[in-house]
Design a protein around this ligand. Structure first.
Ligand code: HEC
Length: 208
């Protein structure tokens, strides 16, 4: 459930960005007639996409226990950007429309920056990074690489995936399976040893 909502969220945000990019560009280069035509033509799909993006975002926020400061900055950016966009496009104000677009892109980029920053600090000095950050890095890797089969809670069992909640394997055995794969589980030897250690540590938090 979480993983499919996560994907729907991601793609609806991307579509939303695409629509806004198109509209902002048209406004900036003074193609007002075309802008109005497009705005009219995509009015309903745009409403559906915006609704999907907000609704899935709220679902993810409620179901993710690890919301850091970045999440709140992201939220503020989105909620400042939306009225700016509405006013900007209504009045044909390029500055407001651009500002709103930048805010929305920034909030999308923040999640990626946060992940990259965590990875960097972890690589630089793994020993000094608190265990909280290990779990956060593990969560980031898990959402990207593992959730499609194991699901949010580790027990989705998609594609025949083993239940991580009830796994009796040791840390070493899990590390081996993640690194070299097993049966229909792919190998993840393209991840760094730190990322593998973090995702294994995260997978153990699923085990009550
Ligand atoms: C394509 C689907 C798929 C993906 C993606 C996937 N797994 Fe798996 N995983 C499986 C399957 C299938 C098994 C069972 C393998 C077997 O025993 O034959 C499994 C087994 C495991 C096990 C062994 C559990 C046990 O008790 O037997 C662990 C640990 C594990 N996966 C962790 C991960 C982690 C961590 C990731 C992400 C880095 C991941 N998996 C990504 C499908 C997947």
């Amino acid at each position: 459930m979480y993983s499919s909502i996560f994907l729907i969220h991601k793609y609806s945000v991307l579509l939303f960005l695409l629509i806004y990019l198109t509209k902002t560009v048209l406004l900036v280069i003074n193609k007002n007639e075309l802008l109005q035509k497009i705005t009219k033509a995509i009015k309903v799909p745009e409403m559906i996409i915006s609704f999907t993006f907000l609704a899935t975002g709220i679902y993810l926020a409620i179901n993710n226990p690890l919301l850091g400061m970045f999440f709140w900055i992201k939220l503020v950016c989105v909620f400042v950007a939306i009225p700016l966009a509405v006013i900007g496009f209504k009045k044909g104000n390029k500055v407001l429309a651009l500002l709103s677009f930048v805010l929305i892109v920034a909030s999308y980029g923040l999640a990626e920056v946060q992940k990259a920053g965590l990875k960097r600090s972890y690589k630089k000095d793994p020993a000094t990074v608190s265990s909280d950050n290990t779990i956060l890095l593990g969560l980031a890797v898990y959402q990207k690489q593992c959730m499609v089969c194991h699901g949010e809670n580790g027990d989705a069992g998609l594609a025949g995936a083993a239940n991580l909640k009830t796994s009796l394997l040791s840390k070493d055995e899990k590390t081996k399976i993640v690194t070299y794969g097993k049966g229909s589980m792919p190998k993840f030897n393209h991840l760094s040893p730190q990322e593998i250690a973090a995702v294994v540590a995260y997978s153990e938090t699923l085990n009550p």
